[in-house]
Write a protein that binds this ligand. Structure first.
Ligand code: NAD
Length: 428
């Protein structure tokens, strides 16, 4: 498996450079957009449960806020690096732009491992993070959200600290809060459903009806489960699911040729999206090697687990039957594999368009909080469907008109909107 051989920031910048050349961006605009506008790196001293002070390292990177307040998650991870945070901040700008929500891009993090921290220690890290950036973030400047190993509780501690400092209620300052505490209905489903709204539109333009298609999926976590749920509701058949086995420390593919049953698999999976292999066998699932999900004779592949999963060493395994790849994960395809997929003429729904349902729903959460009026779930999901559908249509139309690969078309739209905003503001 190819993994960390890529510096994500260099990848993000080289993707940007390629599109900047297609768009013939001015040097000034190019220089401004290929790097973050602001970066904060700081220490977070915490008195640990054993009475000693431990100093954690925190980051907030605001890539660009020309189109609106910067938006992006905060990750807690022992291997966090400034370059990962920088890359993710660029991708957030493009993601918000491609779905045309009035937000910019940011990302944050803390180098820590929540597995080895008590809840009190985690709360102190959250509050410390806010104290360090309280003047530089806020509902009209930079709106954080949960990401890897952070959740609604972390967001509430952060909100509380922010409100203590600023002396008022600002529920629109942070998203991903629990429902009932300012969170939006539909957020749990949003990313996976968004993947399928985009996939549905892709099938439409390819003249395929979902009920006549089959799919193979990598991952069985939040994104994958909701994508499988909606795709099967549309009549599609998922024949294989690959996920990580925590006990054996390998991934497996679970296959049922007449179609997997989502509820049955949900009943035997843990909270990390790992399927119990013994129970799967009892339910009649074949257990195959982890990469077998790529080799199935299906119409659709949905990578919804991790980055770099379709790479130079396995891209040739993709079955000749595959017509569409709908990228649910962030960065599931390496540039090398992407080139092969492009040559083969497979229709790609690129990650930052396809998985933008989550951030779009976070934007809806922010809107609802700022109004202090909350929508029903159906209303949230129908607004989400409309946003994702129109974003797909804009990208597809451009791809057809300019004979561009879907990923390049999505980048062209996203980057040109931000370039236009910085020009109109007179920044470059
Ligand atoms: P999750 O932690 O809920 O699930 C991850 C799944 O991937 C699990 O089923 C796990 O078993 C599986 N997995 C891990 N390693 C694997 C491997 N080597 N082979 C096969 N399966 C493996 O994560 P999630 O929230 O569903 O996110 C999945 C992807 O989607 C990530 O790339 C994430 O960045 C991206 N994403 C998530 C959201 C969101 O709202 N959750 C939004 C945008 C993008």
């Amino acid at each position: 498996m190819e993994t960390a051989s890529y510096n994500p920031y260099q990848v993000a910048q080289s993707q940007f450079d390629k599109v900047a050349a297609i768009l013939e961006l001015d040097d000034g605009v190019k220089e401004l957009l290929r790097q973050p506008m602001r970066e904060y790196q700081f220490t977070i001293p915490v008195r640990m449960d054993d009475g000693k002070i431990k100093v954690f390292k925190g980051f907030r990177v605001q890539h660009n806020d020309a189109r609106g307040p910067a938006k992006g998650g905060i990750r807690f991870h022992p291997m966090e690096t400034i370059d990962t945070v920088r890359a993710l901040s660029l991708w957030m700008t493009w993601k918000c732009s491609v779905v045309d929500i009035p937000l910019g891009g940011a990302k944050g993090g803390v180098i820590c491992d929540p597995h080895h921290l008590s809840l009190r220690e985690q709360e102190q890290i959250c509050r410390g993070w806010i104290r360090q950036v309280a003047k530089n973030v806020g509902p009209v400047s930079d709106v954080p959200a949960p990401d890897v190993m952070t959740n609604g509780q972390h967001m509430l501690w952060m909100l509380d600290e922010f409100e203590m400092i600023h002396g008022g209620h600002y529920p629109g300052f942070i998203t991903g809060k629990p429902v009932g505490m300012g969170g939006s209905l539909g957020r749990t489903e949003a990313t996976g459903f968004g993947v399928v709204y985009v996939l549905r539109e892709a099938l439409k333009v390819l003249g395929l009806s979902p009920e006549k298609t089959t799919a193979s999926v990598q991952g069985f976590g939040n994104v994958a489960q909701h994508a499988v749920q909606l795709y099967t509701q549309l009549g599609g058949k998922v024949v294989a699911i690959s996920c990580w086995d925590q006990g054996d420390k390998v991934s497996y593919t679970y296959r049922k040729k007449d179609g997997i049953k989502i509820d049955e698999l949900r009943g035997i999976c843990d909270k990390f999206g790992g399927i119990d292999k013994k129970q799967a066998q009892e339910l009649g699932y074949e257990r195959l090697p982890g990469e077998a999900w790529l080799e199935q004779d299906v119409d659709i592949l949905i990578p919804a687990a991790l980055e770099n999963q379709i790479n130079g060493s396995n891209v040739q395994k993709i079955s000749k039957t595959v017509k569409v790849i709908a990228e649910g994960a962030n960065g599931p395809t390496t540039p090398e594999a992407d080139e092969v997929i492009k040559q083969r003429g497979i229709f790609v729904c690129p990650d930052f368009l396809t998985n933008a349902g989550g951030v779009t729903c976070s934007y809806f959460e922010q809107v609802q909080c700022n109004m202090n009026y909350f929508w029903e779930k159906d209303e949230v999901l129908s607004k989400l469907d409309a946003k994702m559908t129109s974003a797909f249509t804009a990208v597809y139309d451009l791809a057809v008109r300019r004979k561009l690969y879907m990923r390049d078309a999505a980048y062209v739209i996203a980057i040109s909107r931000v370039a236009e905003a910085v020009k109109q503001r007179g920044w470059a």
